[in-house]
Design a protein around this ligand. Structure first.
Ligand code: FAD
Length: 428
C-alpha cells in the first residue's frame, strides 16, 4: 500500500479531507492534477475568498441547508465555522465580516486560505502530489488501485481508502471536470441529475448587457413562471444585483437561479424592485422635488446619485427617446414610467449562463447517500471490513476537527514520523 487514505483532488474539500485523515493518524496522500492545489478556492469570492461566516451552525443550516438532507448538520457538528476559523488563524489568516455574517480574508487574498490548508496538511505529515491526473479507480480486496498519469507517464498507486473530491463541472479551467461522477457511476453509486447552481441568468433584453459591470446593492428580485404571471412568485430574493454582458448576476440572482433550475424552468420573468423600502408615492415625490429643484439641468443630472448613472441614463433614454432631456421637460407620465422601472423592472429570463459558470453544480445528494452502503458491499463482496469510499464531488468542505472514526485497517494506528515518500508504481 502506498497510503492509508488517498484523496483525489486537492480543492477545498480534498485539502480538508486530507487534514482530517492525517489528524486521525492515517498515512494520507493528496493527488492533484493541476500544478497547484485549490485553484477554485484561490479565485473564490472575487479572489478574496468568502471562506466562512459568523452564523451559529443551527442558523446556518436553517438558512442554507436542504431540509431533505441531513448531511450539512452532521458535518457541522464535527467541524463548524469556529473550527475552520481557528485552523486558518493558526496559519495567520484573519477574517473580516462583510454583509452581515460573511467572512472574507482580511488580506483580500483567497490564496492565503489555500496556503494555510496546505501548510496544515503538510505539518500533519500528509503528502501532496501535484500534476497527477487520476484516470481510473478500481476496487481491490484490500483497498483501491488508482491509475493515472504524471509527467506524461502512466502510473498507479494503491490505497486502503479513497476519498474522491474531484469537484463539480463548473469552472473547468480550475481543474474540475467532473471525473468523480463517472467513477461514482462505474462503482455502483446512483448519480442524480446535475444542474447548474448559483449561476447568472441570461436575458432576452439587450439594454442590460450594455450596462455590464453596473451593480445595485439592495434589490428585491422576484421570479415568475410565464404561465402563472400573477399570484405567488417562484422565489423572492433581496440582495445585490449586477448587470453583465450576458444578462444579470450578483448574489440575489445567484440565489434566484437555484429556484429557476429546481423549478425546471427554461424561461421565466424576473421583476426587480430597486427600492424595496420605499412606496411608489414616496419615490415619485422625491423625483418631483429633484426635477423641480433643477429645472434647467438634464434629467440624469437632476436625479444623479439616486441610481447608478449608466442605469439612469438608459432608463431616461428609454422613456424619452433622447439622451438628456431637461428636467422641466420630463412629463408626469415619464416620471411615473421611471417609478415603474425602479419598483417593478420586468426582464425576460432565457436560461442560466450554463453549468461551467455555476459556482456549484447542484446534485441531489439523497441518491448518493442511499447507495453508499450498496457500493461498499458491491466493491468488496464477502469482505467483513470493506474498503471505504467517499464520493463527494462538488462538496464544499468536509472534515472533522475531532478524531473521525477511522476506516478499518488503520483505526488506532499511531501517526508515522519518517514516512516514505509516495512511490508511484509504473504500469505495465
Ligand atoms: C467564481 C467562483 C466563486 C466562488 N466563491 C465562493 C466563495 O466566496 N465562498 C465559498 O464558500 N464558495 C465559493 N465558490 C464555490 C467554491 O469555490 C466551491 O464550492 C469549492 O471550491 C468546491 O471545492 P471542491 O474541493 O469540492 O472542488 P474543486 O475546488 O473543484 O476542487 C477539485 C479539485 O480536484 C482536482 N481534480 C479533478 N479531477 C481530478 C483528477 N481526475 N485527478 C486529480 N485531481 C483532480 C481539480 O484540479 C481540483 O483542484 C465559488 C466558486 C466559483 C466558481
Amino acid at each position: 500500500m502506498n497510503a492509508d487514505v488517498a484523496v483525489v483532488g486537492a480543492g477545498g474539500a480534498g485539502l480538508l479531507a486530507g487534514i482530517a485523515a492525517a489528524r486521525a493518524g492515517a498515512r494520507a496522500v493528496l493527488l492533484e492534477r493541476m500544478p497547484r492545489p485549490a485553484k477554485k478556492v484561490a479565485i473564490s469570492g472575487g479572489g478574496r475568498c468568502n471562506f466562512s461566516n459568523t452564523l451559529p451552525p443551527r442558523e446556518f443550516v436553517r438558512e442554507f441547508g436542504d431540509p431533505r438532507v441531513k448531511l450539512l448538520g452532521h458535518a457541522l457538528k464535527v467541524f463548524d465555522n469556529r473550527a475552520l476559523i481557528e485552523l486558518l488563524a493558526r496559519h495567520g489568516v484573519e477574517g473580516q465580516v462583510e454583509r452581515h455574517y460573511r467572512l472574507y480574508t482580511k488580506s483580500g487574498r483567497g490564496q492565503d486560505v489555500v496556503d494555510a490548508l496546505v501548510k496544515e496538511f503538510l505539518a500533519l505529515g500528509g503528502e501532496l502530489v501535484t500534476g497527477f491526473h487520476i484516470t481510473g479507480l478500481a476496487p481491490e480486496a484490500e483497498g483501491f488501485e488508482l491509475r493515472g498519469s504524471r509527467d506524461g507517464h502512466e502510473t498507479s498507486l494503491r490505497a486502503r481508502s479513497v476519498v474522491v473530491c474531484t469537484g463539480g463541472l463548473s469552472y473547468p479551467q480550475t481543474g474540475s471536470s467532473g471525473d468523480g461522477y463517472a467513477w461514482a457511476r462505474a462503482l455502483g453509486h446512483a448519480v442524480t441529475p446535475l444542474h447548474a447552481a448559483l449561476v447568472g441568468l441570461k436575458l432576452a433584453e439587450d439594454w442590460p448587457k450594455r450596462l455590464s459591470g453596473t451593480s445595485w446593492p439592495d434589490a428585491e428580485c422576484k421570479l415568475w413562471k410565464l404561465d402563472a404571471p400573477r399570484g405567488k412568485p417562484v422565489v423572492v430574493e433581496r440582495k445585490e444585483i449586477l448587470f453583465t454582458h450576458f444578462g444579470i448576476s450578483g448574489p440575489a440572482i445567484l440565489d434566484v437561479s437555484n429556484a429557476f433550475v429546481l423549478a425546471g424552468l427554461n424561461r421565466a420573468r424576473l421583476t426587480v424592485d430597486f427600492f424595496p423600502e420605499r412606496a411608489r408615492e414616496n419615490l415619485d415625490a422625491e423625483l418631483l422635488a429633484r426635477l423641480n429643484a433643477q429645472p434647467n439641468c438634464t434629467v440624469p443630472q437632476a436625479l444623479s446619485g439616486l441610481l447608478p448613472s449608466r442605469l439612469l441614463e438608459a432608463w431616461v433614454r428609454q422613456l424619452c427617446g433622447v439622451d438628456a432631456p431637461l428636467a422641466r421637460q420630463f412629463t408626469r407620465a415619464q416620471r411615473q414610467g421611471f417609478v415603474e422601472l425602479s419598483k417593478n423592472l420586468s426582464l425576460a429570463v432565457t436560461g442560466t449562463r450554463g453549468m461551467e459558470w455555476g459556482k456549484l453544480p447542484r446534485a441531489e445528494s439523497r441518491g448518493m447517500n442511499s447507495t453508499r452502503a450498496r457500493w461498499n458491499r458491491a466493491a468488496c463482496p464477502g469482505s467483513s471490513s470493506p474498503a471505504r469510499s467517499s464520493i463527494w464531488p462538488g462538496a464544499a468542505a468536509a472534515s472533522t476537527s475531532r478524531r473521525p472514526s477511522a476506516p478499518a485497517g488503520w483505526r488506532g494506528r499511531k501517526r508515522r514520523s519518517g514516512r516514505e515518500a509516495l512511490s508511484t508504481v509504473p504500469r505495465k
